[in-house]
Design a protein around this ligand. Structure first.
Ligand code: GLN
Ligand code: ZN
Length: 743
């Protein structure tokens, strides 16, 4: 093997998979048609890899929904609640999405390591037994083999798989032996069709648990000893760093690691066993920029000078799953930006070109990196940009006096249902079929109805409902300088869900106010306070493809200053309560503890740049979707928000445990109803959750709000739910006043 990739995007250049899945779920196409589409995408992906010049093509990287789900099913990890479903495809989608007709909840979903992809969490219990149904990978390998490709199956490794499992009443490691035996059989079934098999252990790039660490070498040695097929152990979510030694000890024939963020290679070259090859991931599978091929070439030379040229395989660091498919579709992108970019198809060619140049020892074949961004000066700021005037305690006194809020105020997280009508009108406006005046009039109407609805419901702090926003990041990006947008740059988030991240290609700045007009209109309709709603710098950066020629911290600070101007403009226009959403704050946390501190410091600083330029009277809220704060509580505190709202309803408020241990002084709004579900919670149920929250948080710190924005719900669900929330709040208030009078 000379060149390969750990995986190609699954959705197809025209999102064919998404369309086929959604049509199948609606009953519009047959199962056969769905499989046909899948086969076409796979064949096309293999063709692209081969025609680019890669020596091997990845197979089994494709999935109808998710590769972790595929792995769980292959080894027979089917939770009891699904066992009454007999049809295999029904079972597959029920595990992925739940079954409304059978009232079965799906597997839960989590972020795949440090990426924006989400996988389904396998469940293991004492009732589980390891099985093996290798049909999917075997059929794919066979198909690729017969069609004249050189297939390299990609399999999720046993140690990562077990580490990702949620175990009930047992330890995942109880299954190690049986699972190892199943992997051995799987490899045996694949062996007629391939020369190489890649076994992914992305866990190598993170801090491993003791169990994972202890099992790693014995399990892989056993697998290796059982076969003559050449095996590659792969660290596909970052450089294996200190865990490289583990990979070396497996006895495998090759070691793949992501070297795109690595400058020194001694951890690879120093102890690499003689028999082993290195698959050097030097093309970045996580960004959309062209590779500096000459620099990559030099890096390959550096490794080769120690271990020998013949031992090098060229690859991308990670699967290309995380980038869009093909740049050639981007006919509208400005040339100076497009010239710097590469999507999956282009990255395959880069790998092939690098391989050829390296083989022929001819660096001059490779393009010079003339496409790099002009460097910009780092953002300079001093402490004065990081702090409010007074402490949170002092601010609370001032705000309590001036904002006139009841105890345990009610509010929402910002968006109201994005109805079909709203989406249609926006599309018409974007396609030039609706004038800007008519569109704005339409948006004003939406704001009017959301404001009057909230007044009827008796909520305390109102929002304008965000009807003008397509997406909480894209909307802001469209109004900021330094961003570009693709037409077709879709990346899979989970299942059929795709996102189209904006691209930060230059210095970010805010030419003019973004949200002020809508805030002012909403505020003009009511005597209650309307919350100004913004997206924070960390989230904007996390959900975009960012330039990489200047440090992360500088890009983040540029965005932060742009948001700071917006915050100050809102305040100048009478906004007394401003929420800056940092939905992705926790999500951006690096995998390794050693890297987390740096990230958190930068993230907190940038949030403070964005949020601190206001008077003590203005109340600052933030919202985060993730609430597993245990290890980062002091950083959440350091953000210095007056009020923080978080997701908490699903775990029955148990996540609030941390607020008992950690003396947090700010106000907290733990979501009291789960907006991710279409179910309308009763007021008794919400009341119970508020009661539970009060076990952790005192009444004068508690806010009452849903878990997250309501944009994905419809009015039939959102309105009664909010009504029940408001009712529960008034009952609680009456009870606590009584309690305090009695007490
Ligand atoms: N304000 C945003 C909304 O309500 C927050 C969304 C989010 O946290 N993901 O839609
Ligand atoms: Zn949220």
């Amino acid at each position: 093997m000379k060149s390969h990739i750990p995986g190609f995007p699954r959705i197809g250049a025209g999102r064919e998979l998404k369309k086929a899945l959604e049509s199948f779920w609606k009953g519009e196409i047959s199962e056969r048609k769905l499989h046909e589409t899948a086969s076409e995408i796979k064949a096309e992906n293999w063709r692209i890899q081969k025609e680019s010049g890669l020596t091997h093509v990845a197979v089994n990287d494709f999935s109808l929904y998710d590769h972790v789900l595929d792995t769980a099913l292959m080894f027979g990890f089917i939770p009891e609640r699904f066992k009454r479903i007999t049809d295999p495809l029904d079972l597959y989608f029920a595990m992925a999405r739940g079954s409304a007709t059978k009232d079965i909840r799906p597997l839960s979903m989590k972020k795949w390591f440090n990426t924006n992809y989400h996988y389904l969490v396998p469940e293991i219990s004492s009732l589980s037994a390891v099985g093996l149904n290798p049909a999917k990978p075997v059929l794919e390998a066979k198909e690729a083999f017969r069609s004249g490709f050189n297939p390299k199956p990609v399999i999720l490794g046993p140690i990562t798989f077990l580490s990702l499992c949620e175990a009930d009443g047992c330890s995942p490691w109880d299954f190690t032996e049986d699972l190892t035996a199943a992997y051995i059989k799987l490899i045996e079934s694949l062996s007629p069709y391939c020369e190489w098999i890649e076994i992914d252990e992305p866990l190598l790039a993170s801090d491993m648990s003791k169990d994972a660490w202890l099992n790693f070498i014995p399990v892989h040695r056993k697998i290796k000893d059982s076969t003559d097929v050449r095996l590659m152990i792969a660290s596909t979510c970052g450089d294996a760093g200190d865990n490289t030694e583990l990979a070396f000890e497996t006895g495998y024939d090759a070691f793949h690691t992501d070297l795109t963020k690595t400058d020194t290679f001694t951890h690879i070259t120093n102890h690499m066993p003689d028999h082993m090859l290195i698959s050097a991931g030097i093309v970045d599978g996580r960004n959309i920029w062209k590779t500096d091929c000459r620099k990559a070439y030099t890096n390959l030379e550096q490794i080769a000078s120690v271990i020998g040229r013949e031992k090098i395989i060229v690859s991308s660091g990670s699967s290309l799953l995380h980038v869009p498919v093909d740049l050639t579709y981007e006919t509208d992108l400005q040339a100076d930006v497009k010239n710097k970019m590469a999507f999956a198809v282009q990255k395959c060619s880069e790998i092939a070109e690098l391989t050829k140049a390296f083989e022929e020892e001819c660096v001059s074949q490779l393009p010079e990196a003339d496409y790099h961004h002009p460097k910009s000066a780092p953002v300079i700021y001093d402490e004065s940009f990081l702090s409010r005037n007074s402490s949170r305690k002092k601010r609370k006194e001032i705000q309590t006096r001036t904002l006139n809020l009841p105890v345990m105020p009610t509010t929402t997280i910002g968006s109201f249902p994005q109805t079909k009508e709203i989406r249609e009108q926006r599309t018409r406006f974007k396609n030039g079929k609706l004038s800007s005046d008519s569109y704005e009039a339409f948006i004003r109407k939406q704001i009017e109805s959301v404001i009057s609805l909230q007044e009827e419901l008796g909520l305390d702090i109102l929002v304008h409902g965000e009807p003008e926003r397509n997406d909480m990041v894209e909307y802001f990006a469209e109004y900021l300088d330094g961003f570009a947008f693709t037409k077709n740059g879709w990346v899979q988030s989970y299942g059929s869900r795709c996102v189209k991240p904006p691209i930060i290609h230059g210095d970010v700045s805010r030419p003019s106010p973004i949200t002020v007009k809508w805030f002012k209109y909403a505020q003009s309709l009511t005597a209650k306070h309307v919350k100004g709603m913004l997206t924070g710098p960390v989230t904007i950066l996390q959900w975009s493809f960012s330039r990489e020629d200047i440090p992360y911290a500088d890009v983040c600070a540029q965005i932060a200053f742009a948001i700071r101007e917006e915050v100050q403009d809102l305040e100048k226009n009478g906004c007394r309560i401003i929420q800056i959403d940092e939905a992705a704050f926790r999500e951006g946390l690096p995998l390794k503890k050693a890297d987390q501190e740096d990230y958190l410091k930068t993230a907190v600083k940038c949030f403070r740049i964005a949020s601190s330029g206001i008077s003590d009277m203005t109340q600052l809220h933030t919202h985060m979707c993730y609430s597993e704060f245990n290890s980062i509580m002091e950083h959440i505190d350091a953000m210095d928000a007056d009020v923080i709202s978080i997701e908490a309803s699903r775990g029955g408020m148990k996540l609030l445990e941390v607020f008992k241990k950690y003396q947090y002084q700010g106000d907290i709004g733990p979501g009291v109803y789960d907006i991710h579900s279409p179910r309308v919670p009763s007021s008794e149920e919400i009341h119970k959750l508020i009661r539970q929250a009060l076990e952790y948080i005192s009444p004068d710190q508690l806010w009452i709000n849903p878990d997250c924005g309501l944009k994905t719900r419809n009015n039939e669900e959102a309105v009664p739910s909010l009504k029940n929330m408001a009712k529960a709040a008034s009952v609680i208030r009456a009870e606590t006043t009584k309690d305090s009078v009695a007490g």
